[in-house]
Design a protein around this ligand. Structure first.
Ligand code: MN
Length: 335
């Protein structure tokens, strides 16, 4: 167990708040393997071990494709809880990541518990924060909780927790001995061939078209040692941003229109996250929120913003912001 006293605090908090209550579990927007894997196991623990009368899970905004695949595989469905008594946020680094549900949750006056491994932010002050950045994934916290409760891990739980840990450690590449030992225990109950493919689903035609359009419309900048790709599409923004990072960009900025707002999705490559010293979810987001009205959040390698400004303006400012944060001019790559 990575941090026994933290896990015992998680346990005591749940014991205190969950019994006889209706619990709405929420992930960050779009979800990912970590938030969904953790939520799946937590929903089971809440009813089976902490005696919640009801537990339902919701993902703000549109679910990522791999999330849909994992949920289908686990036969885990989204379920809104009517008049919840408690909210449980899983892997939600900042209230902004609740997107459309943020005002409901934070305006409810009900206890909000957050189980997470991201760095605690000031905004979390209203929340009962069970947060430990020592953990490499929220699924790793849940793994330790399951061990703390002395439960037998079945195949579905093993799959959910393994996918969460594997995804958040970038295929274990940023893992340590502790994570390796947990992963190896989980793997004994899993057929990797049948589950790992879910992390790279092929996608439907609409997403494929958005990615291809995103590639065709992309322009590229060099900022010192870093390459930044910029593009615009009106749907599947994060998917397009991931595609551009896979193609070699260190940062991808993808913007699109949604009503009177511009949505901006940013993704950073693994080396950008590790060596640039810049967090997209904090540095770039606060840079843009100083210039435009709107909201946004994220973590080191991913950000999403909703801004009241035209797409061109947002893109222009985002590139300028990166250039300022990296203290190097942005030079557009010639054809
Ligand atoms: Mn996570």
């Amino acid at each position: 167990m990575r941090d026994h006293s933290f896990i015992s605090e998680v346990h005591k908090t749940l014991q205190h708040h969950i019994r006889g209550r209706r619990v709405q579990v929420l992930s960050h927007w779009g979800g990912d393997a970590d938030s969904v894997g953790s939520a799946y196991v937590m929903c089971r623990l809440l009813t089976q071990n902490y005696e919640a009368t009801e537990a339902g899970f919701l993902i703000p905004e549109e679910s990522a494709l791999h999330v849909k695949a994992i949920m289908q595989h686990l036969r885990f469905e989204e379920k809104p809880v009517e008049t919840p008594d408690v909210y449980l946020l899983v892997d939600v680094g900042s209230p902004h990541l609740l997107g459309e549900y943020k005002d409901n949750v934070y305006g409810s006056g009900k206890p909000i518990i957050s189980i997470d491994h991201h760095v605690k932010t000031v905004e979390n002050s209203e929340t009962i924060a069970l947060v430990s950045p020592k953990y490499l994934a929220t699924a790793e916290i849940v793994y330790d909780l399951v061990e703390y409760l002395n439960l037998v891990i079945d195949k579905e739980m093993a799959e959910a927790l393994f996918l969460g840990i594997y995804y958040d450690t970038v295929r274990l590449s940023i893992g340590d001995e502790e994570v390796a030992s947990k992963a190896s225990k989980l793997l004994q109950k899993i057929n990797p061939y049948s589950v790992l493919g879910m992390l790279e689903p092929r996608g439907d035609d609409a997403e494929r078209i958005a990615r291809l359009k995103g590639l065709r419309r992309a322009t590229f900048y060099r900022l010192g040692d870093w390459f930044v790709a910029v593009s615009r599409v009106n749907s599947y923004l994060s998917s397009v941003a991931r595609t551009l990072v896979n193609a070699g960009a260190h940062v991808a900025l993808v913007a699109g229109e949604k009503g009177e707002h511009t949505i901006l999705a940013a993704r950073g490559s693994y080396d950008f996250q590790k060596f640039s010293g810049i967090g997209l979810g904090n540095d770039l987001v606060s840079y843009l929120l100083r210039r435009f009205e709107g909201d946004g959040g994220g973590h080191v390698g991913a950000a999403r913003l909703r801004l009241k400004a035209p797409v061109e303006k947002v893109i222009e400012e985002a590139v300028k912001g990166l250039s300022m944060l990296l203290s190097t001019p942005a030079v557009e790559l010639a054809e």
